[in-house]
Ligand binder design. Structure first.
Ligand SMILES: Cc1ncc(COP(=O)(O)O)c(C=O)c1O
Length: 501
């Protein structure tokens, strides 16, 4: 079993459960509602559930009720408990395959083990994450790690705390911006633990409870989670798959005037989930709009280097910050999608004074990033272009395999083929994203329903399908998705939570 990382707090679970009461005994209703959250990926797989006592207090229930609910979840495979250590969410189909892992035992009567020889049999295919294993970058990471551990003794004489990030890494990141046409000095860079921490730090710096934050809709769900965790109010700017145009820009500018947010958050490059790429004109206009409004724009560039179509690779667009003369654009980047998420190397590029402020905030929760990983990061940025071309080749193959398979197996699904990024943003022929998520989970495919990408009910017609897994797994996933669609069409109500009796 994968070791658990995330924890779900009693408050978080209570909020996610909403009005969970149903027919029959309370423990059963609670177990069903919790199982539904796991099946719909609203509570992450492998996340630790709160202790029974804490959840009982939070839900205003007796501990016996919560204890009985946890037992039911355990009996039905939604929970794995270790005495004295806690309980972690799971799916009944079997072992979980985050990171492309790819457990065993075909689920739901599908027996395709033989077809998948070479990568192992597939049990649960996890399409909730738009992320891949290290793939072609694996050997570069191993070599960089070996090199970094040789270098480490030189640093052991120092305290090892680098609150802004290892100077060579800040330099290497600044240099990368220079090469993208944006003059940047190392003191404009703060190294963070991934882009996620970077987003959170900026929100901590700018947002007070109740304040409004402008976000695109749809958007990256964990950015939305971070906004909500700061008790801020997201204000959505609707985007369709084509991304920013004059109309979106007008709405954005009008919202800045009316809502006067301190910050807005956008993904200009190969947007997650739509894949849209903001044009240079729109970049310039968005930067000018935040300048006029006296607010800040956080531009998440996590996917900026993931151009896949040759034309997009040949002519990369300038960063949004290149159009900013007033220090109003804060860029967030990461090696998470281009190299490997496990490195936890991300950064913020901003005005040097703002970087000082953000570093001070960061030091309250984290004195410094780990030094060894930063040494690895420096080495990897030394061969970044080679690593990128390997990553792009893998993603391009994945994208094309997924597109082909979906067009054949599910011709009623509509999508644009994005020029880059990690996923397709599919328009379903009916608003059944949640039902499909449940059916697919039963057949061994975990999906994030469209609703995860915004609060708008129109996303019930949408599904994000990442192409980050190996081609054979994507082909298998498509075939299971087609079976799940068939079940939904036939009205087979597969509510995994109903399996709890
Ligand atoms: C748009 C976007 N921003 C940020 C992140 C988080 O990146 P990191 O792993 O560097 O924290 C992701 C990961 O899925 C992402 O898609």
């Amino acid at each position: 079993m994968r070791s658990a990382t995330a924890a779900t707090s009693a408050r978080g679970l209570t909020r996610a459960l909403g009005d969970w009461h149903g027919d029959g005994p309370a423990y059963l209703a609670l177990a069903r509602a919790t199982a539904a959250l796991v099946a719909q990926a609203k509570v992450p797989l492998g996340s630790r559930l709160p202790a029974e006592r804490e959840l009982a207090t939070s839900l205003n229930l007796s501990r016996t009720t919560v204890s009985a609910a946890y037992s039911a979840l355990r009996r039905h495979g939604y929970l794995i408990s270790k005495r004295g250590a806690g309980s972690w969410t799971a799916l009944p189909a079997g072992s979980l395959g985050a990171f492309g892992s790819i457990g065993v035992r075909p689920a739901g009567g599908l027996d395709r083990t033989a077809e998948l020889d070479g990568i192992g049999a597939v049990d649960t295919i996890d399409l909730t994450l738009a992320a891949s294993g290290a793939g072609a970058a694996a050997s570069a990471i191993a070599a960089a790690a070996a090199h970094a551990s040789e270098e480490l003794p030189r640093y052991l004489q120092t305290p090892g705390y680098e609150s802004f990030g290892l100077p060579q890494l800040r330099e290497a990141i600044a240099d990368r911006y220079e090469r993208r046409g944006l003059p940047t000095s190392p003191d404009q860079i703060l190294v963070t633990s991934g882009a996620q921490q970077a987003i959170d730090l900026v929100l901590q710096a700018f947002v007070r409870p109740g304040e409004r934050v402008v976000v695109e809709s749809p958007t990256y769900p964990r950015a939305l989670d971070a906004v909500l965790a700061h008790a801020a109010r997201p204000i959505a700017i609707d985007l369709d798959q084509a991304g920013w145009d004059a109309e979106v820009l007008d709405t954005f500018a009008a919202t800045l005037r009316q809502a006067a947010p301190s910050v807005s958050y956008v993904i200009a490059d190969f947007h997650n989930p739509t894949g849209a790429l903001m044009s240079s004109d729109m970049r310039a206009a968005a930067a000018a709009a935040v300048h006029r409004a006296g607010s800040y724009l956080v531009v998440d560039e996590t996917l900026a280097d993931l151009a896949l179509d040759p034309a997009a690779v040949r002519s990369p667009l300038p960063p949004v910050a290149a159009f900013d003369r007033a220090g109003r654009v804060i860029s967030v980047g990461s090696l998470g999608k281009t190299v490997w998420g496990g490195l936890r190397i991300g950064w913020i590029r901003a005005d040097a004074r703002l970087v000082q402020r953000l570093a001070a905030i960061r030091s309250r929760i984290d004195m410094s990033g780990p030094l060894l990983e930063q040494l690895i990061g420096v080495r990897l940025l030394g061969s970044y272009d080679v690593i990128l071309s390997g990553r792009r080749a893998e993603l391009l193959e994945g994208r094309d395999v997924l597109v082909d398979n979906l067009r054949k197996a599910l011709p009623h699904w509509d999508f644009r083929v994005p020029a880059g990024g990690l996923s397709l943003w599919v328009e379903l022929d009916r608003p059944v994203s949640s039902a499909l998520t449940l059916s697919a989970a039963h057949l061994g495919v975990r999906l994030a329903p469209g609703s995860r990408f915004g609060s708008d009910s129109r996303f019930e017609r949408r599904l994000r399908v990442p192409f980050t897994l190996p081609p054979l797994v994507l082909a298998e996933a498509t075939s299971r998705l087609a079976s799940a669609v068939g079940q939904v069409r036939e009205g087979v109500v597969v509510d995994l939570a109903d399996l709890i009796v």
